[in-house]
Design a protein around this ligand. Structure first.
Ligand code: AP5
Length: 216
C-alpha cells in the first residue's frame, strides 16, 4: 500500500502519517523530517536545505528526488509506505510515477487533508515537536502531559520555520506549486479529499481509515 498525504502546511499530515504507520505497519516517509535530520547531522544535504527551509521556500528537486529514491528502495518499504510532504510539485509527482513504474509499484491513494487558513495558523503556531523522537503535540489540541517534555523525556520545541512570516511564504508556495500537484492526482482519479475543518485528530484518522479500507 502506497499512500500520499497532501495538504497545506500544518493540516495534520505528520500527525496522521504517524497514526497510519502504527495501524498499518508501514513506514512514514516525511521529506520535512528527513531534511531536518540532515540539518541536525550537519550533512551536505542539510547545509544546502537549511537556506531554503528557513525562508519557507521549496528545497531543489535534485536533493529531494535522490533522497526519496534511496529511501523507497529500502527493505522496510517492500510492503508499502506513507509519503508525507512529497510530492509537492507536478515535477515531483511525475518523477515519483517514474520511480514507481521502475519498481513495478502503484499508488493506492493520494489523500488531501483540506483545512482553512485561519485554522492552519492556529495549528502551526501552537505546534510543539519533540527533539528526540519527533512526536508532534499541540498546546491546545494535543497537549503534552508534562508542560515542557515529551512522553519519551525529550524536550519540546517550536520549529524554526513556524514563524508568522515564514508560514505566509509556505502557504503561498503551497497554493502555487502544490495546488497543481493535487490536481495531478485528481485527474488520475487517485485523489481522496477530506474536509478537515474543525475535525479532531481522531475524526480525521477515522476518515482516512475508511478510505484505506476501500482502496486496499
Ligand atoms: P514539512 O515538514 O513537510 O512541512 P509542511 O508541509 O509545511 O507541513 P508541516 O510539517 O508544517 O505540517 P503537517 O501537515 O505535517 O501538520 P502536523 O501533523 O505537524 O516541510 C518543511 C519544509 O521542508 C518545507 O517548507 C520545504 O522547505 C522543505 N520540504 C519538505 N518537503 C519538500 C519537498 N517535497 N520538496 C521541496 N521542499 C520540501 O500538525 C500541525 C499541528 O496541528 C500540530 O501541533 C498537531 O498537533 C495539530 N493538529 C494536527 N491535526 C489536528 C486536528 N485535526 N485538530 C487540531 N489540531 C491538529
Amino acid at each position: 500500500m502506497i499512500i500520499i498525504l497532501m495538504g497545506p502546511p500544518g493540516c495534520g499530515k505528520g500527525t496522521q502519517a504517524k497514526l497510519i504507520s502504527k495501524s498499518r505497519g508501514i513506514p512514514q516517509i516525511s521529506t520535512g523530517d528527513m531534511l531536518r535530520e540532515a540539518i541536525n547531522d550537519e550533512t551536505e544535504i542539510g547545509r544546502r536545505s537549511s537556506f531554503y527551509m528557513d525562508k519557507g521556500l521549496l528545497v531543489p528537486d535534485e536533493l529531494i528526488l535522490n533522497m526519496i529514491k534511496e529511501r523507497i528502495n529500502k527493505k522496510d518499504c517492500d510492503s508499502g509506505f506513507i509519503l508525507d510532504g512529497f510530492p509537492r510539485t507536478v515535477n515531483q509527482a511525475e518523477a515519483l510515477n517514474k520511480m514507481l513504474d521502475e519498481m513495478n509499484k502503484k499508488i493506492s491513494a493520494a489523500i488531501y487533508i483540506d483545512v482553512p487558513d485561519e485554522e492552519i495558523v492556529e495549528r502551526i503556531t501552537g505546534r510543539l515537536v519533540c527533539v528526540l523522537c519527533g512526536k508532534i503535540y499541540h498546546k491546545k489540541y494535543n497537549p503534552p502531559e508534562n508542560n515542557e517534555k515529551c512522553s519519551c523525556g525529550g524536550y519540546l520545541i517550536q520549529r524554526p520555520d513556524d514563524r508568522q512570516e515564514v508560514i505566509r511564504q509556505r502557504l503561498k508556495l503551497y497554493r502555487e506549486e502544490t495546488g497543481p500537484a493535487i490536481e495531478f492526482y485528481s485527474k488520475r482519479k487517485l485523489l481522496e479529499k477530506i474536509d478537515a475543518a474543525g475535525l479532531s485528530i481522531d475524526a480525521v484518522h477515522q476518515r482516512i481509515s475508511k478510505i484505506l479500507n476501500i482502496t486496499s
